[in-house]
Design a protein around this ligand. Structure first.
Ligand SMILES: [Zn+2]
Length: 410
């Protein structure tokens, strides 16, 4: 674990996403104001004829706190994309009756969220280690949508809006030439880019790099990102853009090369590497996502499900096959012993996969559940990545709950 990864681990501690929080407010440059929560933020720009709000925080409570600062002045809200942490606070601002501008594809996202509410409740619980409850998706729809370019003139400022495909297919980023400032949503997040999420549809890595190159071409002096919770200025703004562009292009190109060589995805995720000179970049801290997720993502975008193994073309249900293999082994203890041996040699992931043969055949096996808790805790302790770390904790808690229900203490 390098310095960046240790820093990132500190950041995770104490994250309380579900508790109502009052945002932290600041005014980093003339006419630009921000409201920030733990990992989300929004910004507004004052003009001589009113305010343009870019993103809305993730919930109405925090949104109302920000609204108190701008009440009566909001002419436009711009959604940088349809993720809940950018649109979730919008209801707090609509009594000003602003125009709400978004990418043409954003309303489809809101429809999808409604359609998949139970599933999204579950995946959100795992990704953020939160209670497993259905996710409401009652977001405020845009009043105007567009594709390509759009310009808003308000008072003494111009707002250039551009649509892209990157983290999602409904991106809008904003450039204000009078301030030489770019507001780029989650196109950068102050850490290794979020290109790849085990629970989400594939993201658009190559288009993402191209979008950042378009922003770079403007040579912005100020860059606001991750909602607006990160702010870079001057040389650091350009350096952050450069580092993100280079890492995305490098990892993307490595995946393409390995696909063409016919490498299996489970080998590829371990083979693709961040270029050494970017490994410790302050702009690519490994906090939220991780390179393995990036690789899976690019692979899924370019590659079908089939891995060139005829056994996997139209496979039997996994449980049925594993049960058969377990019956051939015919011995719980053999599996437990091998998994324990691997665990003792710090091969936690391999141990987890060996143990899985027993757990798929007998999900209620007490000793196997106990060992899985130990393994998943070890994996979590070593993990710098917010998403995978949450997942390890989530699944360990599920096993602990199962054992408690059996009156078994650990
Ligand atoms: Zn996002």
């Amino acid at each position: 674990m390098n310095e960046n990864e240790r820093d990132a681990k500190k950041l995770i501690t104490g994250l309380r996403l579900l508790e109502p929080q009052v945002p932290h407010f600041d005014n980093p440059i003339k006419d630009v104001f921000r409201a920030n929560l733990t990992i989300v933020g929004c910004a507004w720009v004052e003009t001589t004829e009113g305010v343009v709000l870019i993103d809305t925080l993730n919930n109405e409570f925090a949104g109302r706190k920000a609204f108190e600062k701008v009440k009566g002045k909001i002419k436009y809200i711009i959604y940088t994309h349809g993720h809940g942490d950018h649109v979730g606070g919008a209801r707090a601002f609509i009594s000003d009756n602003p125009k709400i501008i978004a990418n043409k594809y954003l309303p489809d996202r809101f429809d999808k969220y409604k359609m998949l509410a139970p599933h999204r409740g579950h995946i959100t619980a795992v990704q953020f280690n939160m209670p497993d409850i259905p996710r409401e998706a009652n977001y405020v729809h845009p009043t105007d949508t567009f594709l390509g370019e759009m310009k808003i003139n308000l008072g003494d400022k111009t707002f250039e809006l551009y649509t892209e495909r990157a983290e999602t297919d409904d991106i809008v980023w904003v450039f204000v030439p009078e301030l030489n400032a770019a507001f780029i949503g989650d196109l950068m997040i102050g850490s290794f880019p979020n290109i790849g999420n085990p629970w989400k549809p594939t993201r658009f890595a190559l288009d993402w790099a191209k979008a950042l190159e378009k922003i770079r071409a403007k040579e912005p002096y100020h860059v606001f990102c991750n909602g607006a919770s990160y702010y870079y200025r001057g040389k650091r703004a350009l350096a952050a853009l450069d580092a993100n562009i280079e890492v995305i292009r490098s990892l993307h190109d490595q995946v393409v090369k390995y696909i063409n060589e016919g490498m299996h995805i489970t080998e590829m995720i371990h083979r693709v590497k961040i270029p050494e000179h970017l490994e410790r970049s302050p702009y690519l801290k490994k906090f939220y996502s991780r390179p393995e997720f990036f690789v899976y993502n690019v692979y899924r975008w370019y590659h079908g499900y089939f891995d060139d193994n005829p056994a996997h073309l139209i496979p039997c249900p996994e449980k049925k096959v594993i049960k058969l293999i377990f019956d051939l082994i015919g011995n719980d203890q053999k599996i437990i012993d091998k998994a324990r041996e691997l665990c003792d040699h710090n091969q936690f992931q391999l141990s987890l996969q060996v143990l899985d043969v027993l757990l798929q055949a007998n999900p209620e096996h007490i000793e196997a559940r106990k060992l899985r808790i130990e393994l998943v805790h070890k994996l979590g302790e070593m993990d710098y990545c917010y998403m995978s770390r949450n997942a390890w904790v989530y699944y360990a808690n599920k096993d602990i709950e199962f054992l408690k229900n059996q009156d078994i203490t650990l």
